[in-house]
Write a new protein. Sequence first.
Length: 294
Amino acid sequence: MTTSVRAASGRTLLVRAPADGTFAGRAHALQLARAFGADVLVLDSIQGVWDGDTWNFPVLGRYTDLHAVARDLGRPVCVVLRTGDVPVPGRATPWNAQRLADQGAAAIWVTDDAAASASYTDLARDVARIRSLIGPEVSLWAGRAPEDGPFGARTGAAGPMRLVEAGADMVFLAAPGLGSGTGTAAVESAVRAARMLQHAGALVAVTGRAESEPAGTPGITDAVRAARVMGVDAHLLGSGPLGPHLDPELLYHYSLEVRGREFTWRRMAEAGSRNAAAHRPRRYEPVLRLPSAG
C-alpha cells in the first residue's frame, strides 16, 4: 500500500456526528457540519438509523443508500464501525463494511468505544478481516480518536503501525500535549510516529481536543500548531464525549486557523454543491482530492 500524493497541506477537516444527532430537532448535525466547512462527514452511532438495508435519519428522512446521502449533503460520507460487543449494525464486521461500501460509503473507520478495553491487536484483527473483503476503492481508517481518551499502552508508532500493516489507509494519532504528554520529548515522539506511518504509505489524522475550548480561544491555535508540527494529513473534529453536537462556530474558527479565510469561506459557499467528485467512492480521494483542496 503506497501513495505518493499527500493531503492538501494538512487542510482537510473531518467532522464526526452521531447519525441521529439534530439541532433543536430542525437541522441534522451533518447539515451544520457541511454548512460550516466540513470536507468529509463522519457518521457515528449508526445502529439507531440503519437496519442493514435502509437509513432513517431524523430531519433528513429515509434513504436506501449512502450515495444519495452524499449527494444531498454535497460531501463524501465516512461511517464508523466499532470493535467489540456493540449492536450489530455498528459492529466492525466484514459484512457490515462490505454492505456500507456497496451503499456508497467513501470510507470506513474502524475504532472502539472509549470505555472498551480493546487493544491495537484487536483493532488490527478487524481491519485485516475487513480489508480482505472490501476492495481497494473504499478508504479504510483505523484507531481511536484522541478526544475519546488514551488508547491502550503508549507504544509510539508500534501500535498504529499494526493497523497500517493490517490494511488501514489512515490512522488517528494524538497530538503532543493532547493525550500524549508534553515537552520536547513528546513532540519528537509524535513527529517520529507520524513520519513512520506516512513513510509506510498511510495518512495521519489528528484531533487537537479543541472541542473543549470556546470558539476563538487560544486553545484552537495551540491544537492546530501541534498538528502542524506533526505534519498531519487531516484534522478530526466531532462530538466525541463532549455532547451530541460540535459547535459550528468552533468548526468555523478551527477552519480559519488551519486553512485561512478565503479557503474557509469557499468551502462554506460550496456547502450545497452537488458536484459528483465530492462523493465519488475512490480510495484516498475522500481525503486527498476534495473538490476545493487544490
